[in-house]
Ligand binder design. Structure first.
Ligand code: M6R
Length: 357
């Protein structure tokens, strides 16, 4: 039920802080340590390479998951779009572990990969919002997202839940491998959930950004570096699927290799700047597009913010910034769709779960 909300999407965006708290609760034991199925822990220890398989928004969560698993647990990870993987399987390592990320657990492209790799005898873990779904039943292990039903076609709370569960899995693996970390995901996620609350209260500021940057445009670019590039791709997908504005996420440094030719007077460029190590270079990319007439909107993070940044998200751990920076982008997409009279919850040509290949 939507309750007092005009759309499921807005309700689901607002539910995110609660979902994160629920995940923390579900994955915490009595000693305040991570609670995770020991078979999953063992599968992560046994593998020499993780293959993440997903589609759409779940694929974007996988890109962030790769960063976390590689940086924290030191396990190599490849992320693949399911529909490509099934027809062009890469060379596999000796002991692969497949992780399927799927809100619905019913995506046919992902299932087709699952069937293939099970025939080959490889282990599979599904991270899903629907335990008992096809991908969950057919995999060896399941991690539950605990996000509650997601009704709007545009995925929001499932994305942030997926990243949160992947962070917990990454840290659990690191600990099992004896890696010393000064990163407690349960504590950091609690900080994220408060940050999300603050962000969800800033809807007016977001509507202003929409009127200034996106009301009449036909296209928009999202740029970032590293983890900000991945979240930019998610921001672009959200915007295009519900507002029909042609949007793309690009790596900041890649613009000069072609895409910058598209920048003209007034082209909206949304830059995400939450990472210290690339703060200087992404801001240089913003200068490059501004010099060519772009209308630049900078979403930065407390501590790295500069005067005139358009929107500043509260400070969270550097590996968890997508959980904060995606919220303004979800809201930007929502208000852009609203202002352009689009059907927010049921965009044209799309279904909630894609059960055909
Ligand atoms: O249920 P799944 O997570 O497997 O779905 C994957 C994609 O179809 C889904 O994320 C899609 O891209 C969303 N509509 C994006 O908002």
């Amino acid at each position: 039920e939507k309750g007092t909300y005009p759309h499921f999407m807005l309700k689901e965006i607002d539910e995110q802080p609660t979902v994160i708290r629920k995940i923390v609760q579900e994955y915490r034991d009595e000693q305040d340590e991570i609670k995770l199925d020991s078979d999953i822990r063992q599968a992560m220890l046994d593998t020499d390479r993780v293959y993440i398989i997903a589609a759409g928004t779940s694929y974007h969560a996988g890109l962030v998951g790769k960063q976390m698993i590689e940086k924290l647990a030191n396990v190599p990870v490849e992320v693949h779009v399911a529909s490509e993987f099934s027809y062009n399987m890469p060379l596999l390592s000796e002991k692969p572990l497949f992780i399927f990320i799927s809100q619905s657990g019913e995506t046919a492209d992902s299932r087709s990969v699952l069937v293939q790799i099970k025939e080959m005898g490889h282990p599979a873990l599904t991270i899903t919002n629907v335990p008992g779904s096809t991908l969950s039943r057919e995999a060896d292990y399941t991690l539950h997202l605990h996000a509650g039903p997601e009704i709007a076609v545009a995925s929001t709370k499932a994305y942030t839940a997926q990243i949160s569960v992947l962070a917990i899995l990454a840290v659990d693996t690191a600990k099992a491998k004896g890696i010393d970390l000064d990163f407690d995901p349960l504590q950091e996620l609690a900080i994220v959930s408060s940050a999300m609350e603050t962000l969800c209260d800033q809807k007016e500021e977001i509507e202003k950004i929409v009127s200034e940057f996106l009301e009449t445009t036909r296209n928009a670019f999202f740029i970032g570096r590293g983890i900000d590039y991945f979240v930019g791709q998610e921001g672009a997908l959200k915007l295009k699927e519900i507002s029909y504005i042609q949007a793309e996420g690009f790596a900041g440094g890649e613009l000069k290799h072609g895409t910058i030719a598209l920048i003209e007077e007034g082209t909206p460029v949304i830059a995400i700047a939450t990472q210290e190590n690339v703060n200087y270079s992404i801001r240089a990319n913003v200068q490059e597009v501004v010099a060519r007439g772009a209308n630049a909107c900078i979403i930065s993070m407390e501590g790295l913010d500069e005067e005139n940044d358009t929107f500043v998200v509260p400070k969270v751990h550097e590996l968890l910034t997508p959980l904060a920076s995606v919220v303004p982008m979800q809201l930007i997409a929502y208000y852009a769709a609203l202002h352009r009279d689009c059907d927010v919850d049921k965009p044209r040509n799309l279904a909630k779960s894609v059960t055909v290949e």
